[in-house]
Design a protein around this ligand. Structure first.
Ligand SMILES: Nc1ncnc2c1ncn2[C@@H]1O[C@H](COP(=O)(O)OP(=O)(O)OP(=O)(O)O)[C@@H](O)[C@H]1O
Ligand SMILES: [Mg+2]
Length: 368
């Protein structure tokens, strides 16, 4: 399980927007994800259409300082869809820092309250923590539990100015950690036509190098509209450019963490093609198709009643992917590339169909 704290002490840089939409995209890719709203502003909670005032419990009840009985984690979690759950928050969370007078009493509070083995039993693969815009006790507590820290950076003068502060934050993380933490940086609110934005991007790259995601999240009004409507961009506008940005981010993150796909840069087309047969991944089977020129790739098969389902394109290396939640059995399938049905060129197994032609064929226990 990966626990990813989404943090930056600078306000308004896209922490909440990234938390909500990355969580929604991971869940869309059938990866069970829990989003923890760790900010007393409760923006991840209301941004997903959950009204905290109407809930019997919020995160505060799990981690408050009092001695009284606490709710079960399962009573606080709100299930939003089969692969997406939320630990909601409300303004009362702002009391928490004052409740724990001695900083050492607050240490480990989130880890203690989370019951990670139970979450793992529930199949949760990713926990995203939306942190508040400061380096207070809540943020430190998130860092203590995190395997990864994702820093959203928006291209403004103030964020450049704040880079030193971010580096300081990273040092603070290292001091407080026993285990190493993976750091990731993400450009958000990016306007490609703006020269200054590009300049900031280059500066951020100098600072973070490979830790900076290739994916950038462009400025798009649909993201504001989606959160005002209490929905993720996957629900609100699944075919939109900002949805594609966040799906690319989810796929790039999975690639970084799991290394399921390597980049194509130094190999011939045919060598590259052979690497992309179906692969078992947590949550099902990942189907992959390599084609740099296609503008739309879908998959259809026994698992979808032969209804074409869109695959998602990785940033710039021509790889299209989807995770289908199947864990056993055998299935026929085909890719639909710009409207043309074709077999999987990276997978050698085929089966004759009722129309006299062939389908690709996958049997789960035959996959390496
Ligand atoms: N890519 C984007 N395009 C357009 N608007 C965006 C984008 N990302 C974020 N916003 C908007 O910018 C504002 C700040 O974003 P967000 O709330 O995600 O930042 P934050 O870092 O969580 O803020 P805070 O520090 O207050 O927690 C919001 O109104 C949000 O809708
Ligand atoms: Mg926020």
């Amino acid at each position: 399980m990966r626990v990813i704290a989404i943090a930056n002490q600078k306000g308004g840089c896209g922490k909440t927007t990234t938390s909500i939409n990355l969580a929604a995209c991971l869940s869309h890719l059938q990866r069970k994800t829990l989003l923890i709203d760790f900010d007393p502003q409760g923006h991840s909670t209301c941004g997903l259409g959950v009204v905290a005032e109407k809930l019997p419990y919020t995160l505060y009840d799990l981690i408050c300082a009092g001695e009284g009985p606490r709710p079960l984690l399962s009573d606080v979690i709100v299930e939003l869809d089969p692969c997406l759950a939320l630990l909601p928050s409300y303004v009362i969370l702002s009391k928490i820092e004052a409740e724990y007078a001695r900083p050492q009493d607050f240490e480990g509070v989130l880890v203690r309250s989370l019951d990670l083995p139970w979450l793992e039993q529930q199949g949760i693969e990713f926990i995203l923590i939306d942190c508040p815009p400061n380096l207070g006790k809540l943020t430190y507590s998130a860092f203590e539990s995190a395997s990864d820290v994702l820093i959203p950076i928006e291209p403004s003068f103030f964020s450049l100015h704040g880079l030193a502060k971010i580096s300081e934050t990273l040092e603070q993380i290292k001091i407080r950690r026993i285990f190493p933490v993976e750091v990731h940086a993400l450009m958000t609110l990016f306007d490609g036509d703006n020269g200054f934005a590009k300049e900031v991007h280059d500066n951020v790259y100098k600072n973070f190098q490979q830790k900076l995601f290739k994916t950038v999240i462009h400025t798009h009004s649909l993201l504001k509209e989606a959160s005002a409507a209490g929905q993720s961009i996957v629900r609100y506008a699944p075919d939109s450019p900002p949805c594609r940005d966040y799906l690319e981010l989810a796929v790039e993150l999975l690639d970084r963490i799991e290394g399921t796909v390597r980049t194509a840069s130094h190999s011939s087309e045919s060598e590259v093609r052979m690497r992309f047969g179906p692969k078992r991944v947590i949550g099902g089977m990942m189907f992959q198709y390599y084609n740099r020129l296609a503008s739309r790739v879908q998959i259809a098969g026994d698992f979808s009643g032969w209804i074409p389902t869109p695959m998602f394109q990785r940033t710039t290396d021509g790889v299209w992917q989807i995770v289908v939640p199947i864990t056993s059995g055998h299935y026929r399938y085909k890719f639909i590339v710009d409207g043309e049905w074709q077999m999987d060129p990276s997978h050698p197994f085929q089966m004759k169909n009722n129309f006299g032609s062939y389908d690709s064929y996958v049997e789960l226990n035959r996959i390496a």
